[in-house]
Design a protein around this ligand. Structure first.
Ligand code: GLN
Length: 303
């Protein structure tokens, strides 16, 4: 299969269709991004990366980084996190507060914001510097030492981060954070503000397609740890649209409000897409269209 030709053809089709969605503006620094950008990159487990469009243009990773934060926690401790965070789809928005009171400060899953804040809290306990642990992992796996925090985005999010602060304080009141709220929010905002391209992300996520093995052949996750992460990505990685995403794309995936989506083809590779305009669930509208086309035309979904 000529993957480069396939990606080029998908990009042409996606860009020719009427634009849908809206660029995230609740973090003001994100609102400046050009909605017409579109890129897609596929990193096979056994060959060179292929890409189309803006696949080498860095963008704000946002919640895609929650994948790497969770992997680092599970790499050191596969079990204890799950008494503090569930692994069920939430059926509500990524930044929703509604379940937390009923469920006594235990977030539904590690990919909604509340769950990711607990993951960061655990990451601080395990690694000390949570931001550096995530940044080092993505730099090493992607082979790009220049990946770094966009401080304008991090500051913008901190300034307007009342909802994340509310989630953190609420969980703290139930005793579900070990560290002070400010100490958890800071690396969370910075991690979300890491800038990297589809090419970087596709390389960085390959350990999940290799059953937990890193680029240098060492093990980050056990085989069952990688299987479990992919399962949580499938059921929770695209929030209240996870059912529709599984229906259309059929791959474990994690989206971010910067417009990126990372998907895993276990045993085969890692596919990443970027299109800044988001659908109502906060997932890239054109990104989901592109991924849908890819798995439909190749037949390479997990189903
Ligand atoms: N940094 C964003 C937030 O906390 C991440 C949300 C997302 O990408 N879905 O609101």
């Amino acid at each position: 299969m000529d993957l480069k030709a396939l990606l080029d053809s998908i990009a042409r089709d996606v860009l020719a269709a009427p634009a849908r969605g809206k660029v995230a503006d609740y973090i003001p620094a994100l609102a400046k991004v050009d909605a017409q950008k579109f890129g897609m990159a596929f990193a096979p487990v056994d060959g060179p990366l292929v890409g189309t469009g803006d696949f080498q243009v860095p963008f704000s990773a946002q919640s895609v980084m929650k994948t790497f934060a969770l992997a680092l926690v599970l790499a050191k401790d596969e079990d204890s996190l799950w008494s503090r965070v569930g692994r069920e789809p939430s059926g509500t928005a990524f930044n929703s507060l509604v379940h937390l009171e009923y469920e006594r400060g235990i977030p539904r899953n590690p990919f909604i914001n509340a769950g990711a804040l607990v993951v960061i809290d655990r990451l601080i306990g395990l690694y000390g510097d949570a931001l550096d642990a995530v940044r080092t992992l993505v730099r090493t796996e992607s082979g790009n030492p220049d990946i770094d925090v966009d401080m304008e985005v991090a500051r913008s999010e901190a300034e307007y981060g009342h909802r994340n602060a509310a989630l953190a304080h609420f969980m703290s009141s139930f005793g579900n954070l070990e560290h002070p709220v400010a100490r958890v929010l800071d690396p969370y905002f910075r991690m979300c503000a890491l800038r990297l391209s589809c090419a970087d992300l596709a390389m960085a996520g390959l350990f999940l397609a290799r059953g937990g093995l890193r680029a240098d052949g060492s093990r980050l996750l056990s085989t069952s740890g990688a299987k479990r992460m992919n399962a949580v990505l499938l059921t929770c990685g695209t929030y209240d649209a996870a059912g529709d995403f599984a229906y259309r794309v059929g791959l474990p995936g994690k989206s971010g409000v910067g417009g990126g989506i990372l998907t895993i083809l276990p045993g085969r590779g890692c596919l990443c897409v970027w299109g800044p305009a988001l659908d109502k669930s906060g997932n890239s509208a054109r990104g989901v269209d592109g991924l849908d086309e890819f798995t439909t035309r190749t037949g390479w979904s997990i189903f």
